[in-house]
Every structure is written in C-alpha cells, then in structure tokens.
Design a protein around this ligand. Structure first.
Ligand code: AMP
Length: 224
C-alpha cells in the first residue's frame, strides 16, 4: 500500500515517515531530502534549486516529478509500499504521481494529513535541528539531543536548515496553504484522505497513523 503524508512544514512528516519505514516496512521518499542531497553533492540540478529552496519557494513540478519517477519502480519492488513525504505538493504533482503509480500497476491508496496550527509550527521550526548524516530530527525544546548539538545516533554535528529561518518559514507556510491544501480536497473527494491531530506526542501520532495504515492495508487486501 502506498501512502502520501501531508502536513505543513514542521508538522512531523519526516519523523513519522522514518518511523513507518523502520517499523512498518515502507520505503521512504522525501523530495526535500532528494533535493538537499543534490545540493550537497553540488550537481547541476542542486545549483538550480539552491536559491529556490532557500527562499521557501516550490521547485518546478518537472524536477520533483522526475526525481520520484526515477525511484518509484525500484522502491515498489523492494518493499510493501512507499510513503511519500513532502510530495506531491501541487495538484499537478498529485495527478502525475497517480499516473506514475498506475503505470506500475499500483496506486496511491491513502493520504494522511497531519493537522496543526501555524503558531505551533513556527515554534517547532525555529527550534528544529537535523542530523545531515542519518536524517534524524531533533527539537531543542521538546526532543533535544543528549549532548548539545550532537546526534545521539551517529555523533555528527547537528545543523539548522537554511529554510528554517523565520523569513523562509512564513513563505513556506503560505505556499502550503495556497498550493498543497487543494490536493487534500481532491483526495478527500476520492475518499482517500484521513486527518490526524499532529499537536500530540510523536508516539501518539505514530499510533494513530498505524491504525490508518492497518485499515488501509485491510482495504487494499480486500480489493486485490
Ligand atoms: P521539505 O524538506 O519537504 O520541507 O522540502 C524542502 C524544500 O524543498 C521545499 O521548501 C521546496 O523548496 C523543495 N521541495 C521539496 N519537495 C517539493 C515538492 N514536492 N515540490 C516542490 N518543491 C519541493
């Protein structure tokens, strides 16, 4: 079963996707991680998207569609399904994703929106630090590392994402409301959307998410 996780920046999509990967056998596709990897490797694509990302704008659809298309077939072969994190972000991307998955005899079966107020997100994002090596996400207030600015798992120094600075945060939230929320209505009309209150602990959100995943897997199993 394939699942798309929605939610504004800071709602916990990355954290929850990694838990689904580690505990429920999903492959994880984060277009944000793929783009940051291109930037870090200094590829031509990385150079093209660096300024766009820094300002909190959306990268053109063709670029992210291609990154996902290149990986989808292989990931479907090697797992029980894909969790899409931060993709799709526009209605056009959502339609391209459906077409890509159907071309692979699969589908986008379930969408879950992690709902949370903007004020809480701003607090979360300004205190977010990430490990660039293992991608673990920390929060300086609610989920700090044991040793200041060092990843508990791989002992690498933690960094703040350039787009987690206040100017970029406001713009990313605007983009989410304007460009991504219309996808939720589209998927709701197809009966695929579930909503979870994301202003809860990581474990509580994970438990709710797993309930939706189990129900979704039962439905997909019953249809096939
Ligand atoms: P994220 O890590 O998902 O918050 O993504 C970080 C940044 O990467 C976003 O603010 C966008 O600039 C870019 N990005 C990631 N995913 C997409 C997407 N599906 N469509 C367009 N831009 C994206």
């Amino acid at each position: 079963m394939n699942l798309a996780l929605f939610g504004p920046p800071g709602s916990g999509k990355g954290t929850q996707s990694i838990l689904l990967r580690d505990r429920a056998g999903f492959s994880h596709v984060s277009t944000g991680d793929l783009l940051r990897a291109e930037r870090k490797a200094g590829t031509e694509l990385g150079h093209r998207v660096a300024d766009i990302m820094k300002q909190g704008d959306l990268v053109p659809d063709e670029i992210v569609d291609e990154l996902v298309r290149k990986r989808a077939a292989k990931l479907l072969e090697n797992s029980t399904g894909i969790v899409f994190d931060g993709y799709p972000r526009t209605l056009a991307q959502a339609q391209t994703l459906e077409a890509t998955l159907r071309g692979l005899n699969s589908d986008l079966h379930l969408a879950v929106s992690l709902d949370i107020e903007d004020q809480e997100l701003i607090l979360r994002l300004t205190n977010r630090r990430i490990c660039e090596k293992c991608k673990r996400v920390y929060n300086l207030i609610s989920n700090p590392p044991a040793k200041t600015n060092i990843c508990d798992d791989c002992k690498t120094g933690l960094v703040q994402r350039l787009d987690d600075r206040p100017e970029a945060i406001a713009h990313r939230l605007e983009e989410y409301h304007a460009q991504t929320e219309p996808i939720l209505r589209y998927l709701e009309d197809q009966g695929k959307l579930r909503r979870i209150d994301a202003d809860q602990s990581i474990q509580q959100v994970h438990d709710r998410l797993m309930r939706n995943v189990r129900d979704g897997r039962d439905e997909v199993g019953a249809l096939s």
